[in-house]
Design a protein around this ligand. Structure first.
Ligand SMILES: *[C@@H]1O[C@H](CO)[C@@H](O)[C@H](O)[C@H]1NC(C)=O
Ligand SMILES: *[C@@H]1O[C@H](CO)[C@@H](O)[C@H](O)[C@H]1NC(C)=O
Ligand SMILES: *[C@@H]1O[C@H](CO)[C@@H](O)[C@H](O)[C@H]1NC(C)=O
Ligand SMILES: *[C@@H]1O[C@H](CO)[C@@H](O)[C@H](O)[C@H]1NC(C)=O
Ligand SMILES: *[C@@H]1O[C@H](CO)[C@@H](O)[C@H](O)[C@H]1NC(C)=O
Ligand SMILES: *[C@@H]1O[C@H](CO)[C@@H](O)[C@H](O)[C@H]1NC(C)=O
Ligand SMILES: *[C@@H]1O[C@H](CO)[C@@H](O)[C@H](O)[C@H]1NC(C)=O
Ligand SMILES: *[C@@H]1O[C@H](CO)[C@@H](O)[C@H](O)[C@H]1NC(C)=O
Ligand SMILES: *[C@@H]1O[C@H](CO)[C@@H](O)[C@H](O)[C@H]1NC(C)=O
Ligand SMILES: *[C@@H]1O[C@H](CO)[C@@H](O)[C@H](O)[C@H]1NC(C)=O
Ligand SMILES: *[C@@H]1O[C@H](CO)[C@@H](O)[C@H](O)[C@H]1NC(C)=O
Length: 501
């Protein structure tokens, strides 16, 4: 490689300016303890090519480094902002509109509020009537306004593509992307792994982009937004460890924007969504915090043919801290959900009470969380999934703190001839110990059976379409740690999950 050999002095003399402006790096690296294990245990990321180690500190460098077509390790230094343009300035939603199409093109008249109004048939018919009567509407020429509204839905994909090109960062084969220290963050970045193999993502804050142009679903707070923090499509051998996945740098909930007549705009999609025949993934020692729809593993029935026989995941040692749903949602694949700490706030009335030890019941939304932040469920057992659950710990606050009826949920379980299978064990090869909720032992088998009975009675799952069984499941081996109590699990996760300190 043809280095310019100019030493850039950034506090570290080990940074060398390479070709394309990329800087190679052989300075101090974080002392990361874990090795890959579980279904993603075969991955090596960029670790086999020590000569290719780079350091990046802005979006231009990150994009260039990720594109290198060989085995490499990329260290992230500081906060990289997905909306930083190559000229150094920061794009806003208005920038994406103002730079779509060519200068002067009509698409630059896109307006998100008008887009929302344009989907309201009542509103639209009022404008149409005013136009027919050659009147004004809300101070505008109704004929012109009606035409402008009619364009919004068609313009949205164009401005959305401009945003995607900016905030989407594509990974290539054989890559390690690693935070240099706990200040390392990808802020407003959608990492996407499409048909790639062998990737490590470690020691990073992964802050998902806020979609400028999400599509409304159900009034007032259900939306379809794009941009996962990490989106994985048809990829294999992936290990994500010691990361913190969240909606803003501070880790707090993002309050929704409000649009007339009271829409609460949820601009976030998943934090870690995997689909289309992805395989051999380990998601370990991460913190998933203050998010709505966190881990979607399996994109839906349309992908069944590509997913069945693939989609093997190990979800180990993670701290789900106020993650309202999909912790994870599991379709069609084989899932090990081991030794995770679940902390939630439950303010909704129990779905069923047979297995709950309730002192009181409530259905009041929490005063201090947005509607979409209300806890829904942890483990979604969906169509034909094979799920092994072991050694998880539950801590719950809120008005219905001890309710266990939302630990599991079922959906799309309607095929008794192709059932989902759920195996519940504790302690692996060591002594069995009870799972706990708020420190009290709970019987997960009874709770899972209660969930099955509830959804069968409700008519949304078929009798026999979810089996509680461990037939055909193997005792997991090669895990970083065996446990002998729920308390040990909680301590381990608190110590090991998230960026290194
Ligand atoms: C990735 O690594 C594999 C195995 O070492 C190798 O066969 C493949 O060519 C590599 N691909 C790239 C893009 O470096
Ligand atoms: C290792 O990195 C060098 C660049 O330093 C690159 O030229 C080479 O192709 C890489 N090797 C592999 C196997 O990817
Ligand atoms: C950077 O590029 C954007 C988009 O083209 C433009 O709006 C902005 O004015 C530029 N900023 C600077 C400092 O050149
Ligand atoms: C990105 O960082 C590199 C290396 O420090 C620097 O040369 C380049 O100007 C930076 N780009 C921007 C847009 O800040
Ligand atoms: C739709 O428009 C009508 C008329 O302006 C308004 O009363 C209603 O609240 C709107 N509904 C939604 C969901 O935006
Ligand atoms: C509509 O109203 C404008 C302004 O009052 C008027 O100039 C125009 O002739 C009207 N058009 C029709 C078709 O009535
Ligand atoms: C509205 O605009 C149309 C087309 O530009 C024009 O023909 C019409 O007269 C205008 N109506 C009013 C009320 O000004
Ligand atoms: C990346 O790896 C996948 C799976 O091994 C392979 O199909 C693909 O061709 C590789 N891509 C490149 C650019 O080498
Ligand atoms: C996943 O790993 C298993 C071995 O554990 C292997 O048989 C399978 O081919 C791998 N899947 C992909 C898509 O590489
Ligand atoms: C939850 O259970 C614990 C332990 O049994 C008990 O101390 C606490 O009062 C219960 N909380 C509620 C809200 O019922
Ligand atoms: C479950 O998946 C199968 C494909 O294997 C599909 O035919 C069926 O419709 C799915 N069921 C539901 C309820 O989505």
């Amino acid at each position: 490689m043809n280095y310019a050999m100019c030493y850039a002095f950034l506090g570290v003399l080990a940074v060398i300016q390479g070709v394309n402006g990329l800087r190679t790096y052989n300075g101090p690296v974080p002392n990361l303890q874990h090795s890959p294990f579980g279904w993603g245990g075969q991955s090596t990321g960029g670790s086999l090519n020590k000569s290719a180690t780079y350091i990046v500190s802005n979006s231009t460098e990150l994009r260039e480094a990720l594109a290198l077509p060989f085995t490499k390790t990329i260290y992230v230094d500081g906060v990289i902002h997905g909306n930083q343009l190559d000229n150094g300035s920061f794009a806003t939603c208005e920038t994406f509109i103002a730079t779509s199409g060519s200068p002067g093109s009509a698409v630059r008249q896109f307006d998100f509020n008008l887009y929302i109004f344009s989907l309201n048939s009542t509103y639209l018919s009022l404008v149409t009537a005013a136009a027919a009567a050659n009147e004004t509407f809300e101070g505008r020429n109704a004929t012109e306004y009606r035409a402008l509204l009619g364009h919004q839905n068609g313009w949205r994909p164009v401005v959305a593509a401009t945003m995607k090109a900016q905030v989407g960062f594509k990974l290539t084969n054989n890559t390690s992307l690693i935070g240099l220290n706990e200040g390392a963050a990808l802020n407003g970045i959608n990492l996407y792994l499409s048909s790639v193999n062998n990737v490590w993502i470690r020691n990073l804050k992964l802050v998902s982009p806020k979609d400028c142009f999400p599509a409304p679903e159900t009034f007032p707070s259900s939306w379809n937004a794009l941009y996962d923090a990490v989106g994985i499509v048809t990829a294999s051998n992936v290990w994500v460890d010691n990361c913190e996945l969240q909606d803003q740098l501070s880790g707090e909930w993002v309050e929704p924007d409000v649009i007339p007549p009271g829409w609460q705009v949820d601009r976030f999609d998943g934090l870690f969504d995997c689909e289309d025949g992805t395989d051999n993934v380990t998601f370990s020692h991460n913190i998933v915090r203050n998010h709505h729809k966190s881990l979607l593993l399996g994109g839906g029935t349309k992908e069944a043919d590509r997913d069945l026989g693939r989609m093997h995941f190990t979800i180990f040692g993670n701290h789900f801290d106020n993650s309202a749903s999909r912790n994870p949602l599991m379709r069609f694949g084989t899932f090990e959900v081991f030794a995770n700490l679940y902390k939630s706030r439950n303010d909704k009335a129990p779905l069923f009470t047979s297995s709950s030890s309730l002192r009181r019941q409530a259905d009041e939304p929490g005063a201090d969380v947005p509607l979409d932040a209300l806890f829904q469920y942890h483990l979604g057992i969906y169509n034909q999934s094979t799920v092994h659950v072991q050694d998880n710990v539950f801590i719950q606050g809120g008005a219905v703190a001890n309710d266990t009826s939302r630990i599991f949920t079922l959906s799309e379980d309607t095929l008794p001839q192709r059932p989902a299978r759920l195996c519940l064990t504790q302690g692996g090869e060591t002594a069995a110990f009870p799972s706990t909720m708020n420190g009290e032992p709970i019987n997960l088998a009874d709770i899972a059976q209660g969930t099955i009975d509830y959804f069968v009675a409700k008519g949304s799952a078929a009798e026999g379409a979810v089996l509680l069984t461990c037939d055909g499941f193997e005792v997991a081996s090669g895990l970083p740690r065996q446990f002998s109590s729920a308390e040990e699990v909680a301590q381990y996760v608190r110590a090991e999950a998230g960026q290194t300190h």
